[in-house]
Design a protein around this ligand. Sequence first.
Ligand SMILES: Cc1ncc(COP(=O)(O)O)c(C=O)c1O
Length: 374
Amino acid sequence: MPSPTGDPFLLTPGPLTTAIETKEAMLHDWGSRDAGFIETNARVRQRVLAIANAADTHVCVPMQGSGTFAVEATLGTLVPRQGKSLILINGAYGKRMAKILDYMNRAYVTLETPEDSAPDPDDVDAILADDGDISHVIMVHCETTSGILNPVEKISEICAGHGRSLIIDAMSAFGAIQIDAKKIRFDAVMASSNKCLEGVPGMGFSIIRKTSLEDCKGNAHSLSLDLFDQWQAMEANNQWRFTPPTHVIAAFAKALDLYEAEGGQPGRLARYAANCKILVDGMRDLGFKTLLPDQLQAPIIVTFHMAADPKFDFQRFYDGLKDKGFVIYPGKLTVADSFRIGCIGQLGETEMNGALEAVRQTLSEMGVTSGAPA
Ligand SMILES: Cc1ncc(COP(=O)(O)O)c(C=O)c1O
């Protein structure tokens, strides 16, 4: 099934399939001091804040690079050098934040739960009650390793009750799953231009409580990743300190137009939820089993157990789908053999049904009659 550009559809956690208009928005060159570019940049920052209903309390500080750059910049800027954090881990992206703090030599403890279970808010409550040194709780919203949705609202209430700061890696959920700064108290939410906002990759951003960021001068471990400095410079003249990802920002502005035209967060969530349902129902009909029960599944990316049939070979399955125009993703779980199929990006009913048809055909080519796991 061909996409408008002839490229395969990306049913992955990103980079994702983007709209043709978003790609076309990059067909120009801008100087970093170009007035039109500066205005676009300022508008993009405002629009991102509006998605989180955070314009009164927070600022949006963008960062060049992939999402991890924004995560590392946020942790380096906000977590005090002498502070202590609690990191909630149930997958690779929680673990990555621990690794980031290791690089910076900043103290932390972890609450680790299995990849198919969300952290228990009562456990977080007990840890915070017990350890008054913990200043920051750090968690992932949708842990893309499995696709699980973690309970940010409840954890945020607990953090607020104990007077601790909350930092949320919402990379794979932001824009589709609501985070409203008026309802969820957080010091920072990190996300990227790609993922659910459907821009092109190359830029992350952090939505940071202004009063917290004001206290962070000189705290960062790195010049290029210093979000206080990035913010101050951008507030002064709306320019980036170093070469801006001009094309990424232009594409992001167009992607935000399309996002708003789709009805913003509720509209985007509705399309992704419909995609997820088509996918999960169709795969279950073929015998496949999801890792997660439906109530823990975010409509972002779905992990399926590997089929037990000895004729099922993942590389052949992957290649067969790719030949038919659909790219999926290997699993990232440490506990079970699995693969993942994403529901996000410029994909709708037609593409999801096309992907299922490609799965059916590929199974039949391999002689596999059921996707059931062992
Ligand atoms: C939850 C989460 N955090 C962080 C990242 C890292 O983003 P990147 O690969 O763009 O550095 C990802 C990427 O998928 C993610 O899903």
